[in-house]
Ligand binder design. Structure first.
Ligand SMILES: [Zn+2]
Length: 335
């Protein structure tokens, strides 16, 4: 067997791997599809989690159960399942000994409905493996706490930003403006049915939002009518731009990973009483994402821009780093 592992800064390799034997509380999943995540690329740049420690990669996986410990209930050999890495004690793919870029994934202390979730009938492994990024996206949207009729801006149309657009529109929030620097990504946003998809480097963003979302008098000045801004891009100018145009009680949800401290005009926030908050992971969202898969499977499948075999994962990592790509999916062959 093989396992994708980080060995140092920028040093990632497919290692020969001997899977530990499963204990009575464990399950082994024969991996079928595993998505490459933006955080995988960040971990490689950092040189591991924590930096300097060999780290197994892959946390967006779906596959078929091939072994079930004697004390595990409700899970059977042959079941098609999604692995929720946040609910595994070994923190699969984010710092523990296990990673999903392997042929056989050991899920320690597996529990049905918790770390192991059944794939609904008629859903492909590729679509199922989108569960994790779609759950991240749903949590970001949940933190924005918006309802139909609200006006929303999403910065960034990578896999997470696209997932946010999918959930917003699915929930009837249709006045959504998507922003990205890549025309390919803006095209994908348009296909989801957003109000507008724009390249902020080519427009006056405030003026454009005033047109699309209107303007609201706001404590002696005028804010744009946007109710919530969601940052899935992480560009250092976003906070300041949002603060300067935010209306009274507007919200900003930061879901991007800022690697450096940034300055922003706190004084201007005083009169808008705006809220800045963050969102990370998916404490509760996976079951709702899975329940929506039969309804949204075609739109979810369209978010996969590339599919490569595990033998070409290095090429996959390169493609995932390009701004034109959406989700890069890896198909895991038999060992
Ligand atoms: Zn991920």
């Amino acid at each position: 067997m093989e396992l994708l592992k980080i060995h140092g800064v920028g040093d990632v390799r497919v290692d020969a791997y001997e899977r530990p034997a499963a204990g009575p509380k464990d399950v082994v999943v024969k991996m079928k599809s595993v998505g490459i995540c933006g955080s995988d690329l960040s971990y490689i740049k950092m040189g591991g989690i924590p930096p300097g420690v060999e780290t197994a990669l892959g946390h967006e996986g779906a596959g078929e159960v091939m072994e079930v410990g004697a004390e595990v209930s409700g899970i059977a050999v042959g079941d098609a399942v999604i692995v929720n890495p946040m609910m595994t004690p070994s923190n699969i793919g984010s710092g523990g000994p296990e990673g999903a870029f392997t042929q056989e994934l050991l899920v320690r202390e597996a529990r049905l409905g918790d770390s192991i979730l059944p794939i609904p009938e008629g859903i492909s492994y590729d679509v199922a493996a989108m569960c994790e990024p779609l759950a991240v996206a749903m949590h970001g949207v949940n933190r924005a706490d918006v309802k139909p009729g609200d006006k929303v801006v999403v910065f960034g149309c990578g896999p997470i930003g696209l997932g946010m657009l999918l959930w917003l529109i699915d929930r009837g929030v249709t006045d959504v403006v998507a922003l990205d620097l890549s025309e390919e990504r803006l095209e994908r946003a348009r296909a989801l049915g957003v109000q507008a998809a724009l390249d902020p480097s080519k427009i006056d963003l405030r003026a454009e939002l005033a047109k699309l979302h209107g303007e609201v008098p706001s404590y002696g000045r005028v804010g744009v009518g946007t109710d919530a801004f969601i940052d899935a891009a992480g560009a250092p100018n976003i906070l300041t731009e949002v603060i300067m145009m935010a209306k009274f009680h507007a919200k900003l949800v930061i879901t991007a990973a800022y690697m450096r401290p940034i300055e922003f005009p706190v004084g201007r926030m005083l009169t808008s009483e705006m809220t800045i908050t963050t969102a990370v992971g998916y404490p509760t969202e996976m079951p709702e994402v899975i329940a929506a898969m039969p309804r949204l499977k075609d739109k979810i499948a369209a978010m996969i821009s590339h599919k490569l075999p595990f033998s070409e994962i290095m090429k996959g990592l390169e493609i995932a780093a390009t701004p034109q790509s959406a989700k890069v999916m890896i198909g895991i062959e038999e060992a």
